[in-house]
Write a protein of this length. Sequence first.
Length: 320
Amino acid sequence: MVCITAFQSITLPKMKVEVKHVRTGKHLCSLDGLKDSSTISDVKRVFQSKNPQYYPERQLFKPNQEKKTKALKDSDTLKSISIEDGGVLYFRDLGPQIGWTTVFMCEYTGPLLAYLFFYLRPSFIYSQTDGGPPMAPVVHIAAACWSFHYIKRLLETIFVHRFSHATMPIRNLFKNCSYYWGFAAFVSYFVNHPLYTPPAYGMVQIGAGLILFVIGEYGNFVIHCALRDLRPPGTKERRIPYPTSNPMTFLFDFVSCPNYTYETIAWIGFSIMTQCFPAILFTLAGFYQMAVWAKGKHRNYRKEFEKYPKVRKPILPFLL
């Protein structure tokens, strides 16, 4: 037993790693008791023991100060990134964090309540004393579709989504909520307005838009479930998504993020159904943001998986 212990102490020597600020290069602290097999997750725990205000989700480490250098993963070992005894890691404070589940609950509850406020209290919003003209059927259908979308998103947040990152900077919450809540009020104000004009082609146009909306919402849900099944509970494992037995997943043959494709289809349907300019603006803004996200995810897929299908585009088959 003494020999084994001695052998282990030789093969697994203790290390000291210096931590500097990624921007200024200022010395922050030295971390003792690490091994070459220690992971960045271990580094974060030791760093927190010396700096309690920096919990692991708030910490980011890089092997150098170059701006283009990616942050180290929690699973990276010191040996794998060539950090030896006396080596240096560079720290960045990500700021106060908030859990993704909380983020989504805030982002999606607001638009639901904001839209329904205009829909259920038109006399208060539009200062009508006589109750105003009766709402057109499409107004009720639009309220049901909008509510369905955000209730679905809330339920998916609780029961479907598995997040690769536990938190995000809390400062982003205010930006995200402003976008969702603001557009909800903007769209709802005009769709529920007493002077709102129903679509030019009547029930034909409403029905066509509603069909597109339902297809988009169902496809979006199916893709979310397929992505959930790729990641075992409690892990950050990533795999290449492929079509499953559900025919709605066929878009995986053509795009990396079919959930965004289907969501775009849903909002195009909503815009056709309501024939409302603010709804069109919301659709365009949402598509732009989802295209940015899709391009980032597509780029990461191609870097991470050598055999990633080359035919795929980020969000629009054959185009984008």
